[in-house]
Write a protein that binds this ligand. Structure first.
Ligand code: C5P
Length: 305
């Protein structure tokens, strides 16, 4: 085992769920999903540098909201990998954060996947891909997708991935004030379902959505976008309805809450439309900031040093 000592930087994308079908709560508290993940070109970068002990720093517009203790998935990734290899997690992890925090875009999951790959490379472990994916699943339901990127259907609690075809699409994201807790949104989903008294069907990927995704036709994809957590996110954060409306009025082909929110996602025809929709959203005063991105984006990648 040769351990290169130069810092290792990994770039990792955010995600949007173009379909998020949610089943009933399982005995373990998780929900079975049919989760069509799409990686988008908004990236965090995690740099691993040899150090005396495990430490984390973070920079970026929302850096003050990022935990720097062992609850950060990047720290947990380093600890789990080191324990498996029988070494100390003697590493400094620096997170250059650009993905909205607690926003439904898997930013925390992205940092977990990036730290895992960065430490594996720094420590010269060459852990097989399948084992890295197992560790990702241990870290969280969205973490395996952050490692692989592209476009994939996630089943189980979202961690069992099958790659799917995806053409190029353009997006605008509206960042909301404050985050939403994913468990709280799932609890609200359960509460709304119970109040409605309806049986929750088994989650299934939509063939029409998968065909639209593969076709690269934005109108077709816009007509099939679906997020079962949207009603729950809107119930907890009703003002998001105004953001969704502002983006559609501004020219978006379709709008939805990203994952468990509160970031909202707007599918647009092209880069020009993206700039217009972003300007309309900013002028509407219904969001804190906007980001423009395209998809699909590659998964966690070691950058050349
Ligand atoms: O897997 P992860 O740690 O990211 O999940 C965070 C929380 O989100 C879980 O504790 C659970 O409350 C909820 N969740 C769920 N069903 C899933 C994924 C997440 O209920 N498939």
């Amino acid at each position: 085992m040769s351990a290169p000592q130069a810092p290792v930087t990994v770039r990792v994308p955010a995600k949007v769920n173009v379909q998020l079908a949610v089943g009933a709560a399982r005995p373990d508290g998780f929900h079975d999903l049919a989760n069509v993940f799409l990686a988008v070109s908004l990236y965090d970068e995690v740099t691993a540098t040899p150090a005396d002990a495990l430490t984390i720093t973070c920079t970026g517009p929302d850096a003050d909201q990022v935990p720097l203790d062992r609850s950060n998935l990047a720290a947990r990734a380093a600890e789990i990998l080191a324990a498996r290899a029988g070494i100390e997690p003697a590493v400094h992890l620096h997170i250059a954060k650009n993905i909205p925090v607690a926003g439904g875009m898997a930013g925390g999951s992205a940092d977990g996947a990036a730290a895992l790959l960065a430490c594996d490379t720094l420590w010269g472990l060459n852990t097989p891909r399948a084992e890295l994916l197992d560790i990702c699943a241990e870290l969280g339901s969205d973490v395996p997708f952050s490692l692989v990127g592209g476009a994939a259907l996630g089943t189980g609690r979202g961690e069992l991935l099958t790659p799917v075809g995806a053409g190029t699409f353009h997006w605008v994201f509206a960042v909301a004030d404050g985050g939403l807790s994913t468990p709280a949104v799932f609890r609200e989903f359960d509460r709304l379902a119970e109040a409605a008294g309806t049986r929750i069907p088994e989650p299934e990927a939509s063939p029409a959505l998968l065909a639209a995704l593969a076709s690269g036709d934005a109108d077709r994809l816009g007509a099939t976008l679906a997020n079962d957590l949207q009603a729950a996110a809107l119930s907890l954060r009703p003002q998001l309805a105004r953001t969704l409306a502002a983006g559609v009025e501004g020219g978006a082909l379709a709008a939805l809450v990203s994952g468990s929110g509160p970031t909202t996602a707007f599918l647009v025809a092209d880069e020009e439309a993206a700039a217009k929709v972003a300007a309309a959203l900013e002028a509407s005063g219904t969001c804190r900031a906007t980001r423009v991105a395209s998809s699909p984006a590659p998964g966690a990648t070691v950058l050349p040093s």
